[in-house]
Design a protein around this ligand. Structure first.
Ligand code: CDP
Length: 210
């Protein structure tokens, strides 16, 4: 069973995708981590963010360390959003995502273009969203909990800028697939969003099984 979870920054898609993976006993890939790893690599090596060629060279990342304290920082989020607009960077990361999606038994992937590009044939697709203000509040809390600096106004500005870049880019922009189910988490706690996501996916699977 293949489940695609897409949505903008801090919409709750990561939490939901992890919970769906645990519920259905499936492996999970946070595809944003791949773009973050490329961003971190480029930044550490002092590469030019404005050069698609240098960003592509930064795709040569053997392993992603999700526990690297910097990988979730705001500067890296912003660089990830910039490098992810380069078509060659997206192409370089596509194979890894498709291979993960096609493994026997299925998988859950979350990102921006899973339902539209990486796994268009997914059995269930969720598009998770929430207001920019609520997403900024969540991200500030998450960053502070991780011991990283965070100021609400800056985070809100960054989230809006990333939304615009992610939705406006030419290749694989953030958009809801025609057959994706919309889940608005603005007024939901994380636990409520998880319960609703499981219900929606189960309903979709039951509907397509008949
Ligand atoms: O956790 P958050 O939603 O803030 O970000 P993320 O999912 O880790 O993704 C970081 C950046 O990578 C996003 O702003 C996107 O520009 C990019 N990304 C993408 O273009 N396509 C994906 N499938 C996943 C992430």
């Amino acid at each position: 069973m293949l489940i695609a979870v897409d949505g903008p920054a801090a919409s709750g898609k990561g939490t939901i995708a992890r919970a769906l993976a645990a519920h259905f006993h499936l492996p999970h890939m946070d595809t944003g981590m791949l773009y973050r790893a490329v961003a971190l690599n480029l930044w550490r090596w002092g590469g030019d963010l404005g050069s698609e060629f240098e960003a592509l060279r930064a795709c040569d990342v053997a392993a992603v360390d999700p526990d690297d304290p910097e990988i979730r920082s705001e500067p890296i989020s912003s660089i990830a959003s910039r490098v992810s607009a380069y078509p060659s960077v997206r192409a370089a990361l596509l194979d890894r995502q498709r291979q993960f999606a096609q493994q026997p038994g299925g998988a859950v992937l979350d990102g921006r273009d899973i339902g539209t590009v990486v796994a268009p044939a997914a059995d269930a697709k969720l598009f998770v969203m929430a207001s920019a203000e609520v997403r900024a509040q969540r991200r500030v809390r998450e960053l502070l909990e991780r011991g990283l600096p965070a100021h609400y106004e800056d985070v809100l500005t960054d989230i809006r800028a990333r939304d615009e870049r992610d939705m406006g880019r030419e290749v694989a922009p953030l958009s809801q697939a025609d057959d994706a189910i919309l889940l608005d988490t603005t007024d939901l706690t994380a636990d409520e969003a998880i319960v609703e996501a499981i219900r929606l996916v189960e309903a979709r699977l039951a509907a397509t099984a008949t």
